[in-house]
Design a protein around this ligand. Sequence first.
Ligand code: CUA
Length: 228
Amino acid sequence: MSTWANLGLQDSASPLMEQLIFFHDHALLILVMITVLVGYLMFMLFFNNYVNRFLLHGQLIEMIWTILPAIILLFIALPSLRLLYLLDEINEPSVTLKSIGHQWYWSYEYSDFNNIEFDSYMIPTNELSTDGFRLLDVDNRIVLPMNSQIRILVTAADVIHSWTIPALGVKVDGTPGRLNQTNFFINRPGLFYGQCSEICGANHRFMPIVIESVPVNYFIKWISSNNS
Ligand code: CUA
């Protein structure tokens, strides 16, 4: 979860988010190199008083500064495509969670386990406990096992919503009449916070998501306590 003065990305809690951070840093480094080079050239050009009277064309340099940017773009495009396809890869999920967006709360269904279902509302500020997080904590958390492949099915009942968890690198739109799919793998225990991030009306975003990541045996305990 983001706290004060955290202007960058959150620490990753899944292998996909780790890859997304690597790609972000990679792209940023290329961006910095281009900015420094172009900035230097513009700066030097600004203070240059000399003119070469015989310089009318330069076939070679034009070839170079046409092809070189194209090659540089390939170094961004290819890792980007790799990540794009990696994010959509479903790898034998052991749990499937269905989340349905409503105005303005999420409801969840564990279809694999006797169809456990519940609504998840944001806790209003005046009902918040002293250690609660304003606009982020919910009354019913999603409990999921760590170190397991998890499949998420997202849809919506009224308008478009978006199921977004920054630390896990997940952002899937919930659209009425559609069922979108994604997957993730949580590699540590803890609480992971997210918010809806698709325009869904007044009070938009006040439909947070909280995942409680627990070891598998605790998850089985939670599932069986909800089944009885
Ligand atoms: Cu639901 Cu924004």
